[in-house]
Design a protein around this ligand. Sequence first.
Ligand SMILES: [Zn+2]
Length: 166
Amino acid sequence: MVPVSGFFGSSAPRPVQPGEYPLWEEALELVNRDLAATLPEQEPLRLTGFPPWEEGEAEYVYVALANGESQGNCLEPGSADSPALALAAVADAAQETVSELLWQAWPVCGEHGIGMHPQEADGQVGWWCAGGKSAREPAHVRAAVGALGSLVRPHRPHRKPRRRDR
Ligand SMILES: [Zn+2]
């Protein structure tokens, strides 16, 4: 029998160190741009690792809030090898963690006011919105992951139209 010790078998998460999963880290930088653009009071998300159940398996890596909490599934280990898969996986995990732990849809489409989901097409990963109720507002990709900040417009006071019922 080989005694099991150290990292394996403990249930404590550990912060993932820079350089361990380069593509996941690059993907998280893009997602954190979207977080900063939409929820500026939130600290950046980070990757946390949990030891595997079985020795020799890959550790479980989650996208967590700054306080280390996460929700949903761990990142699919195979997604660490492809930029598009990594971005789709990290955006999906971030969406789950943020929306579940902060009790709000995230990110929200500025046109339709509903939560969006990452979708990959032709190697590009964008935030997909189901659209509006009318057929004139079909499902659409709002922006590439990492580009939501380019859509945020400065706040302008909204003028109410004058009532003309008299
Ligand atoms: Zn929309």
